[in-house]
Design a protein around this ligand. Structure first.
Ligand SMILES: Nc1nc2c(ncn2[C@@H]2O[C@H](COP(=O)(O)OP(=O)(O)O)[C@@H](O)[C@H]2O)c(=O)[nH]1
Ligand SMILES: [Mg+2]
Length: 666
């Protein structure tokens, strides 16, 4: 069985020390000893409205929480009284009484609010104690506090005993019990009697309509409805005669208004039977020690400034609601833009149209959620934020366009860059081809969709970056054209030289042919002469001389042939010059090959010519040899003829002599 808690009187749980909330270690020790689930009933409201009195009644005591009939304030903060639960023996009832709210002497609204919020967060039943009737000011204050508590409801605590994943926990919203003290109105609406709960429901019911005034009326009500799912209202009449109120603590129930006594009894009965144990999200029941952790966690969170500090509740509430409305509007704008905008947009206009549509919707969202936006300060703030968002989208649109265009350019121009690297355009006429190819690729780039607003600039930048490449291609092109021109000239020169050479050879051959014809004629003449000589036995010596003369002519031909050899030498020199020319022009493999081929051709020709010449020379030498042997033979013949002639002459003389002698003998 759980140890029975014995707490003869309340203790201060959280006190206000020099404007700071501090947990009382003594009270925390008591809490830590409670192993039972705790039903935490906290009461909040302006000071001297009978809160402590009511809490004492819940504790079943006439004394306990300090009841002050004077205007002198008591210790500020939250007072705690842990008592056995009168209806649930396995639960402990923890009563939290707040002190000092709305204390004119203290004048510290910030501290009031903090105590209010802390009580809301710690309780499982939250008693909101107000005077006379439900008015707008009470509703606004409750709304404000619920909003503030929302900022702290999820807190991190490393030391929540027994909770495995205690890094983040969420305190479940408490039930609301609205106590109306000194209620003097008739509980009726539209001529019909109503209950206190119906009165509360009516007071929190939103009105139909959309104008700003109605929105300001509805918003806090809707928030309270949403925050407190369980709501209850109790009305209390004046307990007794006004003059006796100061001694209320000492008065017996018989001395009080019986209706008041009944109302208090009903209230206590409801609390005992309907108030649940404090629970965290996930159904985690809070015991004394967990409540201790909650107290420490929330007090620390509040002390470290997690709770906004604002003087005027309504203003602060407006601040909270309008900030939230701005955030909601911005979130809506972002969501719309992310859904609709596909960056980069084709045109700037496209982006601006989408921005305007999303901006309009965002402002509508803001209007729906805003609350008392005095001078449209928050709407202006929203407009400034949306403008910044638009600038950001423009920037991102520009960047996305640049990225897309860069990737496209890289993709489209990559093959051309490869060709440039391989030197395909480093030829005569390469520049024209390069420009032509660039134009083709530009057209392809222009055809690509969704390049965005940076399309032209990206292309121009790319082309600028390739200008040095284009220049290099152009320079090479011009240099190669110049070289080709030079080669053409050299070719023409070589052709002229070749033609000259051919002409010379033709002249030489013609001359030779003429000489041969001449010699033929001479030989024919010689033969004819020889025939005549043979016939007429004319002086052969002269003929021999003639033949010698012809031989001389032949030698002259030989000399001229030597001249031809010199011409051949000249050709060799020309060939050498061409080779030097070739060396000069060797700048590329292709040229070199061409040049070598040309030189080879020339060399081949020269070789053919030399061979022809050598054949010719051999032929001529053979001819000379034949002619010389012919000459020799002829000389032999002449000799023989001469000898024959001499013999003939001698025999003739002998005959004549014989003839002469013969008669003498007779
Ligand atoms: N008018 C009125 N006075 C009350 C009521 N209940 C208590 N009081 C008196 O109001 C004064 C302040 O009471 P107290 O409980 O200390 O108020 P607290 O400051 O809200 O805690 C005391 O003199 C009480 O006797 C009530 O219902 N109506
Ligand atoms: Mg009090």
């Amino acid at each position: 069985m759980a140890p029975v808690i014995h707490m003869p009187e309340p203790l201060c749980l959280v006190k206000n020390t020099n404007g700071r909330l501090v947990a009382n270690p003594k009270a925390l020790t008591i809490l830590s000893a409670i192993t039972q689930p705790v039903v935490v009933v906290a009461i909040v409201g302006l000071c001297r409205t009978g809160k402590s009195y009511l809490m004492n009644r819940l504790a079943g005591k006439s004394k306990g929480f300090s009841i002050r009939s004077t205007v002198q304030p008591h210790t500020k903060g939250i007072w705690m009284w842990c008592v056995p639960h009168p209806k649930k023996p396995d639960h402990t009832l923890v009563l939290l009484d707040t002190e000092g709210l709305g204390d004119v002497e203290k004048g510290d609204k910030k501290n009031d609010t903090q105590i209010f919020v802390l009580a809301l967060l710690l309780s499982s039943t939250f008693v909101y104690n107000t005077m006379n009737k439900i008015d707008q000011r009470d509703i606004d204050l409750l709304h404000y506090v619920t909003e503030l508590s929302g900022l702290l409801r999820t807190v991190s605590s490393p030391d929540l005993d027994g909770i495995e994943d205690a890094a983040d926990f969420v305190s479940i919203c408490p039930d609301l019990v609205w106590t109306l003290r000194d209620f003097y109105l008739d509980l009726e609406a539209h001529g019909q009697l109503i209950t206190a709960d119906e009165y509360l429901e009516n007071s929190l019911r939103p009105k139909q309509g959309t104008d700003q005034g109605l929105q300001n009326f509805n918003l806090p009500r809707l928030c309270i409805q949403k925050f407190f799912t369980v709501k209850k209202c109790f009305i209390f009449y004046l307990p007794t005669l006004r003059k006796k109120l100061a001694q209320l603590e000492t008065l017996r129930d018989d001395d009080l208004d019986p209706e008041f006594v009944q109302q208090v009894a009903d209230f206590c009965s409801y609390i005992f039977s309907h108030s649940n144990a404090k629970t965290l999200l996930g159904g985690i029941k809070v015991n004394g020690s967990r409540l201790e952790s909650l107290v420490l966690t929330y007090v620390n969170a509040i002390s470290s400034g997690d709770l906004p500090c604002m003087e005027d509740a309504v203003l602060a509430l407006a601040e909270i609601k309008n900030l939230a409305a701005v955030q909601k509007a911005i979130a809506h704008y972002d969501q719309q833009m992310f859904q609709k905008v596909q960056l980069p947009t084709e045109t700037l206009q496209e982006l601006q149209d989408l921005h305007r549509a999303s901006e309009r919707e965002a402002i509508e969202v803001f209007m729906k959620n805003s609350f008392k936006d005095v001078d449209q300060g928050f709407q202006k703030k929203l407009e400034t934020l949306l403008e910044a968002r638009q600038d950001d989208f423009h920037k991102r649109n520009s960047e996305a366009s640049l990225d897309r265009c860069s990737a496209l350019l890289q993709d489209i121009f990559h093959p051309l860059e490869g060709d440039v690297k391989r030197g395909i355009y480093l030829t005569a006429g390469g520049h024209r081809l390069y420009v032509q190819k660039t134009e083709e690729l530009k057209a392809k780039y222009y055809q690509e969709p969704r390049k965005g607003i940076q399309a032209e600039e990206a292309l121009q930048k790319y082309l600028q970056s390739k200008e040095s490449v284009r220049d290099r291609i152009l320079q090479t092109d011009l240099a190669l054209i110049e070289r080709e021109k030079e080669m053409e000239e050299a070719h023409v020169k070589a052709e002229v030289l070749k033609a000259e050479e051919q002409r010379m050879w033709v002249a030489v051959l013609r001359q030779y042919q003429q000489m041969m014809e001449q010699r033929q004629r001479i030989l024919q003449e010689q033969v004819r002469q020889m025939e005549r000589n043979r016939m007429f036995q004319h002086p052969l010596q002269q003929r021999a001389l003639d033949l010698r003369h012809h031989c001389q002519i032949l030698w002259k031909i030989t000399e001229e042939l030597e001249i031809c050899m010199k011409i051949n030498e000249f050709l060799r020199v020309a060939e050498k010059t061409l080779a030097e020319e070739k060396a000069k022009r060797e700048s590329s493999e292709k040229e070199k090959k061409l040049h070598e081929q040309k030189v080879k051709k020339l060399l081949k020709k020269c070789e053919n010519l030399t061979r022809a010449f050598m054949e010719f020379k051999a032929k001529m030498t053979e001819e000379i040899r034949v002619r010389e042997s012919l000459l020799k033979e002829m000389n032999e013949r002449i000799k023989m003829l001469k000898a024959k002639m001499n013999n003939n002459n001698e025999s003739k003389q002998n005959t004549e002599m014989t003839a002469l002698q013969r008669p003498r003998k007779q």
